[in-house]
Design a protein around this ligand. Structure first.
Ligand code: SF4
Length: 410
């Protein structure tokens, strides 16, 4: 895997993008051409107008259609917050666990210096049940780090099934609302998303959901129905993992051709993948990891001007998704995990590989892996995956990928 990522195919993509800039495509698109790693190939101008806004479900609140994912050390990157405010990117997403608390703390330092901006920001944080259910004192610590009295939305972090949103969670959320600590309550999920959304649609106390949703998943009939059910129920929806990266990353001729077609129209394939999701008006916002200003500017430009993205561009992405279906883990962990002798969270391990290969973020891959159950490392090489592989709807080589995770992440 590592050789594929760093080898010939990766170079081809870099060469392609460099050539595109050299022949002037970069200039014609306002310099938004990027390499996968985010290295700047041309200067990125700021967006020409503020990020558009959409209603967040039935809440009566509007949010920026692009949300700043805070999974990085914000203490040392507060310039990002300044630019986000300047560009109207005012939906900020963080979590208790991000950066070992340095994400929340960085936002808190911003509010300490700029208290007048607190009311302009739609502030979201998350608490994971896997760290325990002592949510009340932990929320207090989040609020202290964030230097605020309340968050606009509190997500239960990364649920794997709707049963985690039980009666105790409902009561706790309602109590925190009454106490003025949170305005809205919901959950985030990147596992068994359809099932979680279907269940949430029948729970009127769920206000918002952040879930994996992208050009690969948005055409699936069950996903479409689940999104519609939540939309009809008035639940605010935030999409994440919109680039559709998977545990296997390869650069194909088809991808190059698609990137070239989009560049001729004035945007990159990365921007096209965002625009495909924004075409779905039921999605209030896209939460995107934007670790530097270059990527933030490119994503903001895409949010501001989607006029060149056509229906046929969306169809081209759908064809590409079909061609590369076997490189992507759809998060349907219940399917493969049930076929194993012990409950290894396969889709979470796949996500770690995605961080490693698609995001090329080894630290994020490792820290995410370290939060998985203690016996995960031993199970990677100790289980028979043959039946699970046969059950996988995308026919992923689960055994090979689990061994690869053992090599690279343990
Ligand atoms: S490995 Fe296959 S079955 Fe398991 S979560 Fe991924 S796509 Fe679903």
């Amino acid at each position: 895997m590592a050789s594929r990522k760093n080898g010939k195919t990766g170079s081809n993509r870099r060469d392609f993008l460099k050539k595109a800039v050299a022949i002037g495509v970069g200039a014609s698109v306002g310099g938004v051409a990027l390499e996968r790693s985010g290295r700047v190939l041309a200067q990125i101008p700021p967006p020409r107008q503020a990020i558009p806004r959409r209603p967040f479900g039935r809440s009566g609140i509007t949010v920026s259609t692009l949300s700043m994912g805070g999974m990085f050390d914000i203490i040392n990157n507060r310039l990002m917050l300044a630019k986000a405010m300047e560009w109207g990117l005012t939906y900020w997403d963080t979590a208790e666990a991000y950066g070992g608390g340095r994400s929340e703390e960085g936002i808190g330092r911003w509010f300490a210096r700029n208290p007048d901006t607190r009311k302009q920001v739609f502030l979201v944080t998350k608490l994971s049940r896997r760290r325990g259910t002592d949510f009340t004192p932990r929320l207090e610590k989040c609020l202290q780090r964030l230097n605020t009295d309340y968050v606009d939305l509190l997500f239960v972090h990364g649920i794997r099934g709707i049963d985690e949103m039980d009666g105790k969670m409902k009561s706790w959320g309602q109590d925190m609302k009454k106490a003025g600590k949170i305005r809205l309550f919901g959950f985030s999920t990147h596992a068994n998303m359809e099932e979680c959304l279907e269940g949430a649609a029948g729970m009127p106390w769920i206000d918002g959901i952040m879930f994996t949703y992208n050009y690969r998943l948005m055409h699936d009939p069950r996903m479409r129905a689940a999104v519609e059910a939540c939309h009809q129920a008035g639940i605010g929806l935030t999409a994440m993992k919109t680039q559709g990266g998977g545990p296997i990353t390869r650069t194909s001729e088809s991808e190059m051709a698609m990137a070239g077609r989009f560049m001729e129209k004035g945007f990159t394939d990365y921007q096209a993948k965002l625009m495909a999701v924004w075409e779905d008006k039921r999605i209030a916002s896209i939460c995107s990891q934007m670790p530097n200003l270059t990527i933030m500017a490119a994503n903001s430009a895409a949010a501001v001007d989607r006029s060149r993205f056509s229906r046929s561009d969306g169809a081209r992405l759908a064809v590409y998704a079909e061609e590369t279906s076997g490189d992507y883990c759809a998060g349907c962990g219940r399917i493969c995990t049930e076929k194993l002798a012990e409950p290894l969270p396969v889709n979470d391990v796949m996500r770690c590989l995605m961080y490693l290969h698609s995001y090329q973020d080894r630290d994020l891959a490792r820290t995410t892996f370290e939060r998985l159950p203690d016996n995960t490392g031993a199970l990677l090489t100790g289980l028979d995956f043959s039946v699970a592989e046969k059950s996988c709807p995308r026919r992923l080589p689960i055994g090979r990928l689990m061994h690869e995770a053992a090599d690279l992440l343990t």
